[in-house]
Every structure is written in C-alpha cells, then in structure tokens.
Design a protein around this ligand. Structure first.
Ligand code: PBG
Length: 338
C-alpha cells in the first residue's frame, strides 16, 4: 500500500499488532506474565485407613489419600517444584459432633497427615484449613446454636484447632471459616504459644458459592449441611467493596497472605485486592471450577491442557502470587516439559 508522508504514525499500516505474534520467539519476548510451579499450591484430601486411595466421583482425577500414602504423593509434587500443599481431611461420620471437637484432637486425621509429610519432606510447605466443617455434625464452619453459627465461641474452637495443627508441624494456618476477628485471635494465640513464625493465609474474601459443591462431597459435609447455605458468614457474590473491607481488616489483624475464593468468577476482586493493597494475593481455583473443565474435557468439548493452562494464567494476569488448584500436578508436569 502506498504510504503518503501525511499518514499518521501509530495506526495501520505502520502499526501491525500481529508482527509480535508471528514467531514463537517473538511471542515469548513480549509475554507479560509467566506461570511456574512456584505459583501452584496443591490441595490434597486425606482419608482414614492404611494403604488407601479413594476416587472422588465429582472430581475426576482427584483422590483422597490415607496418611501413609502422602509421603509419596507429596514427594512427587515436591520433585515437580510445587512449594506447598494444603490438607483437607475427610473425617469419618461417626467422629462428627455439634462442637466439632475432633478438630482439636492432636491425633486427628489432618495431624496424622502433617506428621507423615513432615517426617519425609521437612522442607515442603504444609498448609492447613482452619474451619469446623470437616468435623461438625451440622456441616457448618462454626458451632451452631439456636440455628445460628455463633462467632466468638467458634473462634475459641478455631484457636484450639490451629494449635494442634502447628504442634503437628503445619507451617501455614489458613482460616476459611469467615468468622469476624479470627485472624487477630489466631495471631495472638499462636504468638502466645511460642508459634510466632507460623504464617497466616487468610481466606479473606470468601464468597458463598455454588462452586464448592464437589469439595463438599469430597469431605462429605453436604450431607450434614442438608441444603442450608453459608450465607450468614460467607460473602454475598454481589459485593466488591465489602471484600476490600475484609482484606483491610485481615491486614490490620496480622495476616501474611490473602486469598480470594472462588477464583474464576472473582478475578475482578483479585485484581482490585492486588491494586489497592499490594499484598501477597492468592486465589483458590475451587473444586467446581476444576470439575467444570474436567467434565467438559472428558466429554470432548474442551482441550484439557489448553484450558487448564489458560485458566491458571488468568490468575497471574489478574495479579495473583499463587493459586490453590487441583490442576497443580498436571500443570507442573506440563511446565516441566513432561
Ligand atoms: C471449608 C472449605 C470449603 C472449601 C475450602 N474450605 C468449602 C465451603 O466453604 O463450604 C472449598 C474448596 C473447594 O471447593 O475446592 N471451610
């Protein structure tokens, strides 16, 4: 095309956005975000028993491991360069009570799991959820009285739960319960018991989401929840400013890391948290997000590897420092060229 000297610079045909996209090497040169195994946190389900792995029907490709199976599974994650795992126990139904007391049994499933991992992999980061739902016969994250999840009494229970987990060797306490004031209370309780180096990753902006469905069947909390919602403590999906207040409070209360959950439907929250506060920000790419892609891929609608990597990159683009994801092992293998 003839170019007259008066054609303004900066528009077509001088500017051709596709030049940078033409070659693999040029695409790599202009890439704005990267994904590495360092960005991945692997959530792992734990079941009772010995030498067992149990499939989870709602999460194809994900299994529950008995504690003795964890050194091998976690060893694989470590070899792939994944820095930490997050543990979730599937507590036997007969141990669930209204006060969730199994949560602070120093020999409960999650404590057994921590010890099994730390005995073999002391340099692997181990993160544990703090919330009563795996132990509570009402299926809620806190103690229920007169039909309401009580805040302050639940916090005392959560502090006990966190204590047995750190005594067993857990490095990061991750409260997912959404009680008010729990970060400050946990920080004080940890500091006063000689655990001032234990990290707190707050599930700061956790929404009352339908995307937790497969997780609730994986730890069998939904059969106890009996159709009730968690709307009186988890956030309304309609709200953004409220998420900023939650994060601001958790910063003030002493959290070290901050999570937005679920991930994909809340990328706007992630971006705003990162921009407004500049804190270490994480997303939980939750069970329902995993199941959606996995079931669609199994039925030929999507290419599994392609949508997995695209999804994980979206979290980096939004501003995440890392992602809790059931894709962790598959993604790390791909990133390592396996
Ligand atoms: C429980 C908890 C939930 C998840 C992590 N911790 C579920 C819930 O709040 O009901 C969900 C994780 C997932 O869906 O993958 N406090």
């Amino acid at each position: 095309m003839a170019r007259s000297p008066s054609t303004p610079v900066g528009v077509f045909p001088q500017t051709r956005m596709r030049r940078n996209r033409r070659w693999d090497w040029s695409r790599r040169m202009v890439r704005e975000n990267t994904l590495t195994p360092d960005d991945l946190i692997w959530p792992v389900f734990v079941c009772d028993g010995v030498d067992r792995t149990e499939k989870i029907a709602t999460m194809p490709g994900v299994v529950r491991y008995s504690p003795d199976q964890l050194p091998k599974a976690v060893g694989e994650a470590k070899a792939l360069g994944i820095p930490s795992v997050a543990l979730f126990p599937a507590t036997p139904a007969e141990l669930k009570t209204p006060d969730g007391r199994e949560a602070w049994n120093p020999n409960n499933l999650v404590c057994q799991a921590i010890r099994a991992i730390k005995d073999t992999h002391p340099d692997m980061g181990v993160m544990c959820d703090v919330a009563l739902d795996p132990f509570n016969s009402d299926g809620h994250d806190g103690i229920v009285r007169d039909g309401h999840v009580v805040n302050d009494e639940t916090i005392e229970a959560l502090c006990r739960q966190a204590f047995v987990q750190v005594e067993a060797g857990c490095d990061i306490i991750a409260p997912s319960d959404m009680m008010d004031g729990r970060i400050g209370a946990l920080r004080v309780a940890l500091d006063e018991s000689g655990h001032d180096q234990i990290l707190l990753m707050s599930y700061a902006a956790k929404f009352s989401s339908g995307f937790y469905g497969p997780f609730r069947s994986a730890i069998d909390s939904n059969s106890f929840l009996k159709g009730e919602t968690k709307d009186t403590y988890q956030m309304d999906p309609a709200n953004t400013d409220e998420a900023m207040r939650e994060v601001a409070l958790d910063i003030a209360e002493g959290a070290d890391m901050f999570m937005v959950k679920p991930g994909l439907p809340y990328l706007d929250i992630i971006q705003r948290v990162k921009e407004q506060f500049g804190v270490p920000t994480f997303a939980y790419n939750v069970s329902g997000e995993y199941a959606m892609l996995r079931f669609a891929a199994e039925n030929g609608a999507l290419d599994y590897e392609h949508v997995m990597m695209e999804t994980l990159m979206s979290f980096k683009r939004a501003g995440c420092n890392g992602v809790l994801t059931y894709f962790a092992i598959d993604a790390a293998k791909l990133l390592n060229g396996e």
